[in-house]
Ligand binder design. Structure first.
Ligand code: FES
Length: 161
C-alpha cells in the first residue's frame, strides 16, 4: 500500500479545500512522492486513483505530464541541473558533464551505487546566479566545477554517515 494511513488522513483534509475531490490530485502526487522514496510507483498510481475515484491512466497522465514527478526510482540524492539560456551561457553544459563525472550518474539516470540521480531542468528562477543546480530541494548557485564537486562530495559523505 503506497498510501499510508498518515497520507490518507492528510488527503482527507486536503480535499476539503477544493470544490471537487480530484482537484487535490497534484498536491497529493507531491506528498505521495515525498513519502515513497522520491518517485511514484505503479502501486502509488493505483492507490491514488482509487482514493481520488479516477482511473489509473488518468493519474498516470497527470503525473507523467509534469517534470517534477518521477515515474522511476531515483537515487538518494536528486541533482537537477538547469540548462536554460542564462545557465548555458555561463557553463551549464560543462557543469552538467562534471556533475555526471563526480556522481557517476548519466543525465536522466542514477549512479550504480544508488546515491545520485542527475536530471536536466528548465529555468529555476536563479538566472542572476547562473549556473546552478538544485540538490535535494536546495539551490546551489554561481557554480564552477570545484564548488560543485565539493557540494556533491559532502552530500555523498552525509549519505553514508
Ligand atoms: S536559466 Fe538557469 S536558473 Fe534561469
Amino acid at each position: 500500500m503506497a498510501l499510508s494511513p498518515k497520507l490518507v488522513r492528510e488527503f482527507d483534509e486536503l480535499v476539503t479545500h477544493y470544490p471537487e475531490k480530484r482537484a487535490g490530485l497534484i498536491p497529493a502526487l507531491h506528498r505521495c512522492q515525498e513519502e515513497n522514496g522520491g518517485w511514484l510507483s505503479p502501486e502509488a498510481i493505483e492507490d491514488l486513483a482509487a482514493y481520488f475515484e479516477l482511473e489509473p491512466v488518468e493519474v498516470f497522465g497527470v503525473a507523467s505530464f509534469y517534470p517534477m514527478f518521477r515515474m522511476t526510482p531515483r537515487g538518494k540524492h536528486l541533482v537537477s541541473v538547469c540548462h536554460n539560456i542564462s545557465c548555458t551561457l555561463r557553463g551549464a553544459e560543462e557543469l552538467l558533464s562534471h556533475v555526471c563525472k563526480v556522481t557517476g550518474a548519466p543525465v536522466g539516470g542514477t549512479s550504480s551505487d544508488g546515491e545520485f540521480t542527475v536530471v536536466r531542468v528548465e529555468c529555476q528562477g536563479a538566472c542572476a546566479n547562473a549556473p546552478m543546480f538544485d540538490l535535494d530541494g536546495v539551490y546551489h548557485e554561481d557554480l564552477d566545477a570545484a564548488k560543485a564537486e565539493q557540494i556533491l562530495r559532502r552530500a555523498r559523505e552525509g549519505a553514508k554517515a
